[in-house]
Design a protein around this ligand. Structure first.
Ligand code: ZN
Length: 142
């Protein structure tokens, strides 16, 4: 039943790899883990509606909260993500706290799903580059 001639060459490369993963998970992660992770799971990137009309920008482990403001202008708004020109009912100005004393203002479509589709991953990446990294806000910095 255990005939090596019928089974062909034992221990092909991927078998060794599976064995490594089982017996030495640490070593396996060092050798293959990061490559595998990068290939199979790109970092999360997207805008997600949260409570009170706010949006959360998530990029991997990082998160920024966008708080809607009442725009002072009465004219059209220009979305910083999909770069469409929107009326005041279709977009909003958001404030993002990026550090203890640093704030960014971003105009985004309120219908964020369509906006993100128009912008695509590239658009979201360049928005994330403008926002992240966020400086940690210390307890005495309010
Ligand atoms: Zn937009």
């Amino acid at each position: 039943m255990n005939d090596p001639h019928r089974k062909g060459a034992p221990a092909r490369a991927h078998d060794v790899r599976d064995l490594l993963r089982e017996l030495f998970p640490e070593t396996h992660r060092e050798l293959f883990g990061e490559q595998d992770a990068a290939r199979s799971a790109p970092p999360t990137l997207g805008l997600y509606p949260v409570a009170d009309g706010r949006l959360a920008l998530v990029h991997g482990e990082q998160l920024a909260e966008f708080t809607p403001l009442d725009p002072k202008t009465r004219g059209a708004l220009h979305c910083d993500l999909c770069h469409y020109t929107r009326s005041r009912s279709e977009a909003a100005l958001y404030r993002v706290q990026v550090g203890a004393r640093r704030t960014r203002y971003v105009t985004l479509c309120t219908a964020t799903e369509g906006c993100q589709k128009r912008a695509g991953t590239r658009g979201l990446e360049s928005l994330a580059e403008r926002i992240f990294p966020i400086e940690p806000i210390g307890p005495g910095d309010h």
